[in-house]
Design a protein around this ligand. Structure first.
Ligand SMILES: CC(C)(COP(=O)(O)OP(=O)(O)OC[C@H]1O[C@@H](n2cnc3c(N)ncnc32)[C@H](O)[C@@H]1OP(=O)(O)O)[C@@H](O)C(=O)NCCC(=O)NCCS
Length: 167
């Protein structure tokens, strides 16, 4: 069985995270500065997965400034060779476990064609025993450049006690 460790990112991880995101289409590429900022300011709501000291997974998130009971998951990437082993689900679980007890919902946006992403979120919802609801959020008109629409996925309410039981 592959040995994977999960931890909060640190600033010196930013370059490797940026390279991982670049390799994993259809994720948007952002500046390295953005990843440095995530590792510095948002490390508590981000997670890296490591295998043999290499970063093979990354999940970024933040507590919604509009609703402090919601963890918004922004980008999730798992290296091609490590997919479908539940690593994204584990990163989401690890990140949610580290949040304030008040946090009971997880949100993310997904394009309709990203079946792997939707499946990972559904698996995560099943794992924590919560409902998943999908609704349109950003239309192609808003996103422009031929971008697919992004649907809002909302998972919850999640009982934090359940996280202890299934960890
Ligand atoms: C989305 C992503 C992060 C999932 O990572 P992962 O570690 O493989 O996720 P998990 O193993 O937790 O869950 C994947 C599930 O999707 C399923 N899946 C994978 N490809 C699929 C497809 N094309 N159609 C339907 N289901 C699919 C897997 O079978 C698995 O479900 P299962 O465990 O019930 O068999 C990874 O595929 C990735 O990095 N994709 C590219 C970047 C991206 O699209 N990121 C998400 C947008 S932010």
């Amino acid at each position: 069985m592959t040995s994977i460790t999960y931890r909060e990112p640190i600033v010196s991880d930013a370059q490797k995270i940026s390279e991982l995101v670049k390799k994993n289409k259809p994720l948007d590429e952002n500046s390295k500065y953005l990843y440095i900022l995530l590792c510095h300011q948002f490390s508590k709501t981000c997670c890296v997965a490591e295998h043999n000291s290499e970063i093979i997974g990354f999940l970024s998130g933040f507590i919604s400034p509009k609703d402090h009971s919601t963890l918004f998951v922004w980008q999730a990437a798992v290296d091609d060779g490590f997919r479908n082993e539940g690593i994204a689900k584990k990163m989401a679980f690890q990140t949610l476990s580290g949040t304030d007890p008040l946090v009971k919902f997880v949100e993310a946006t997904v394009t309709p064609s990203n079946h792997a992403s939707l499946k990972f979120l559904q698996n995560f919802a099943d794992y924590v025993g919560a409902k998943l609801v999908a609704n349109p959020l950003f239309s192609s008109d808003v996103l422009e450049d031929g971008h697919e629409p992004e649907n809002l996925i909302r998972i919850g309410p999640i009982q934090k006690k359940i996280l202890e039981a299934v960890s």
